[in-house]
Ligand binder design. Structure first.
Ligand SMILES: [Fe+2]
Ligand SMILES: [Fe+2]
Length: 169
């Protein structure tokens, strides 16, 4: 096996975190769907899909490295929110937590002189910059829209997020 048992265990834990994010974003998309806010719902379904792809990236990496991916139990997501702001704030906090988790994996790779994992993890380091900045932007837009979430719907429909990468989509 190319990577240590310890690294496999740490990545398996992260697979659970990514699937946890998937479930949380599906739940938030469902909340917005229930509130008749289709653009916000669509946005979070898209985020959910990305999280499941992150989980699968880790699964495939463990397989490539000769380890056994083991999916941990995933806690139930939060489904009820008192406001759009609460749901988006939870998402931003989640992304900040994931950024820390990714940094810890990079630290572990460094400690173990595991250049293979270190290189693999750089994709996630860059991805988290985008995830945190776009979620932060969404939270600001939601706060600015105050009581009228139709402004947020309109913004997402017209421009989407990720201003720095708008050309790439
Ligand atoms: Fe992720
Ligand atoms: Fe994410």
């Amino acid at each position: 096996m190319l990577i240590s048992d310890k690294m496999v265990a740490a990545i398996n834990k992260q697979i659970g975190n990514e699937f946890g994010a998937y479930l949380q974003y599906v739940a938030i998309a469902a909340y917005f769907g229930n509130e008749s806010l289709p653009e916000l719902s669509k946005h979070f379904n898209k985020q959910a899909l990305e999280e499941s792809q992150h989980a699968m990236k880790f699964v495939n990496y463990v397989l490539d490295a000769g380890g056994l991916p083991e999916i941990p139990a995933i806690p139930a997501p939060k489904s009820r929110f008192s406001s759009a702001e609460e749901a988006v704030k939870l998402s931003l906090d989640w992304e900040l937590t994931v950024t820390k988790q990714i940094n810890e994996l990079v630290d572990l790779a460094g400690k173990e002189n595991d250049h293979t994992s270190h290189s693999f993890l750089q994709w996630f380091v860059n991805e988290q910059l985008e995830e945190v900045s776009s979620m932060d932007m969404l939270l600001k837009i939601v706060r600015r829209a105050a009581q009228n979430l139709l402004f947020v719907e309109d913004y997402l429909a017209r421009k989407g997020l990720r201003p720095s990468a708008s050309a790439a989509g």
